[in-house]
Ligand binder design. Structure first.
Ligand code: ZN
Length: 159
């Protein structure tokens, strides 16, 4: 079966950056609903149209088509004293800030001085060009439930 509208596709994949450094080894395959449901980056979806089990391809997804540009306004410096006491701050650590309506914002610690912490609210892969290597492992017709929900229901999927 060829990949086309309303098929569910299983992909083995790995992601590297432009220097060939591994970003995501793809330990679990991607399972997505094909046909403009926004269940995967559109650039990858377009490249997979008409492909079959066993086909491999490389797709470059730049930040505009991926996780968006890195926004400097989302990088903030706060006095350490303004953060909850007892946090053992380390570079790379993920903190979660809460907005006025209880919405949560993940913030990554990207800089530390004795007085201040620099926190980055961008997606960790914002601003990055991503090289995907994908191989088609399975193609099947979508179920009614999948079409209703607009996403794939891989085994073990729960809502
Ligand atoms: Zn669903």
């Amino acid at each position: 079966m060829k990949i086309g509208p309303n098929t569910v596709v299983t992909l083995a994949y790995r992601v590297t950056d432009p220097d060939g450094e591994l970003i995501d080894p793809g330990e679990r395959p991607i399972v997505y609903l094909h046909g403009g449901y926004d269940d995967i980056f559109p650039r990858i979806e377009q490249a997979l149209e008409g492909k079959e089990v066993g086909d491999s391809l490389r797709v470059t997804v730049d930040s505009a088509d991926g996780y968006g540009p890195h926004d400097e306004e989302k990088v903030i410096r706060v006095p350490r004293a303004a953060l909850p006491a007892g946090l053992d701050l380390e570079i790379g650590m993920l903190l979660v800030a809460e907005g006025p309506n209880g919405e949560q914002f993940p913030l990554r610690v990207v800089g530390l001085s004795s007085q201040e912490a620099t926190l980055d609210g961008n997606h960790p892969l914002a601003g990055q060009t991503l090289h995907f290597e994908v191989r088609v492992r399975e193609v099947r017709e979508a179920t009614e439930g999948e079409l209703e929900h607009g996403h794939a229901h891989p085994a073990g999927h729960e809502h």
